[in-house]
Ligand binder design. Structure first.
Ligand code: SF4
Length: 419
């Protein structure tokens, strides 16, 4: 299907997102931004692997000079990849960093608890971006929408689309059109419904901004890859999506080949022209069968498909049609991550594999983790300093536990709850 026509968004000198351009592949560093050397090295690695945009976290205003130095060193090394600053909560940091980078990702709803004040700060931020030619991603995640919107619409795909439309209306009102928008969720059904509704509403409005697609907190390994294929490919099949990120709880360079594979599928390059990678039967199966399950065109993957039982189960679960193991939510990690996320996530999966029916989250930081683990029954959230908080249904139930004990304590709590 032809892609939905969108506005072009220019990011830096060479990159256009939307307006019929090939799907852009992006990723995010998981280094600490204050560690300039490590962040430069990782960005170079990611750009060499094919990332067309690289995001780095900017936890506070004190990190803006680090971002400037990272950019200076990259350009000195001949690397032109545009940088995206990832901002949570602080409009001051967003405003400070906007002149430094090519793009800023924000959730304006989190700029201030008072909604009118958040709108004022967003207007100020847009004027700085306009002045410096900086692109913006309005990035709203399921689970971090803010009370002002969930009180009105619940924590639903509709609420996500309505929240995005409010900020996009402000961009239109300010004649600022260099905007990409995302509505990520770890639940593929929620994610697909939210993007579909937003695409429809923008078309009705007559101003269609490019869409950045992603299944957030998808986890890692086969499950993370399959979940990403199912969610992203479902939308690309409908002509929705202009840039993608595959979030994996693994080194970020691992995200690139998967994202390229899906992007080539979205552009119609796989199977017809010259794809860049050899066929991957697992990704092909997820891309073929996942969207059909998600859209309820079929109830089962037919036996004639010849898939192993494991792969069938994984695709069924990614499309949320049948659950054969616990559902895991794990963030990919970033410069805010407070511990060895990948190792911990793998250990949590090993020790909870028998708990079918539960949703278990493993999140890298206490700042955003609790908000972003949305529907999790249990959450393991790093506080920093070797301490962990355990959450039960969005409530912290044990705080400041040493990380050496945290998985044991989590399992005890789950067992007590089941008894
Ligand atoms: S939840 Fe994970 S990915 Fe999100 S900001 Fe925290 S550490 Fe980074």
């Amino acid at each position: 299907m032809a892609r939905i026509e969108t506005l072009p968004v220019r990011v830096g000198e060479d990159l256009i997102i939307g307006a019929g351009q090939p799907v852009v592949v992006q990723t995010m560093c998981n280094t600490h931004t204050s560690d300039v050397e490590a962040t430069v090295a990782q960005t170079l690695e990611l750009a060499a692997a094919g990332a067309q945009l690289v995001r780095i976290t900017v936890p506070g205003r004190q990190d803006v000079p680090h971002v400037a130095e990272i950019k200076r060193r990259l350009r000195a090394a001949g690397c032109r990849v545009p940088l995206v600053a990832d901002i949570h909560f602080s409009s001051e940091t967003a405003i400070d960093v906007a002149p430094v980078v090519e793009k800023v990702r924000i959730n304006p709803g989190n700029f201030h608890p008072d909604h009118e004040e958040a709108r004022r700060q967003f207007a100020k931020f847009l004027s700085v971006c306009k002045e410096h030619g900086t692109a913006v991603r309005v990035g709203l995640n399921h689970g971090s929408l803010g009370r002002y919107i969930t009180d009105r619409y619940g924590n639903t795909p509709h609420a996500m689309a309505m929240a995005a439309m409010e900020w996009l209306e402000m961009c239109i009102g300010a004649s600022f059109f260099n905007v990409v928008v995302s509505l990520k969720a770890s639940n593929t059904v929620v994610m697909v419904e939210a993007y579909r509704e937003l695409a429809r509403r923008m078309q009705e409005r007559g101003v269609v901004f490019p869409l950045h697609l992603g299944v957030t907190e998808a986890g890692g390994g086969d499950s993370g890859r399959i979940k990403s294929c199912v969610g992203i490919a479902s939308l690309l099949q409908e002509g929705i999506g202009d840039t993608i990120r595959v979030s994996l709880t693994e080194p970020p360079v691992n995200e690139i080949p998967v994202a390229q594979y899906i992007a080539e599928y979205g552009d119609g390059r796989r199977g017809s022209a010259r794809p860049s990678a050899a066929p991957d039967p697992m990704l092909d199966a997820a891309i073929l069968w996942g969207p059909k399950l998600l859209k309820r065109e079929i109830d089962e993957i037919p036996a004639e498909a010849g898939l192993s039982e494991y792969l069938r189960d994984e695709i069924m679960q990614a499309a949320r049609r049948r659950f054969y193991k616990p559902e895991y939510i794990a963030c990919p990690g970033c410069g805010r991550t407070m511990y060895n996320l990948q190792e911990t996530f793998e250990e949590v999966q090993r020790r909870t594999a028998h708990l079918k029916g539960l949703v278990i989250a493993v999140m890298g930081c206490i700042v955003n983790g609790p908000g972003e683990m949305a529907d999790a029954d249990w959450g393991y959230v790093g506080e920093g300093g070797g301490r962990v908080t355990i959450y039960h249904k969005s409530e912290p139930v044990l705080r400041h536990i040493p990380d050496s004990e945290a998985i044991d304590r989590l399992l005890e709590l789950i067992e007590t709850d089941k008894a």
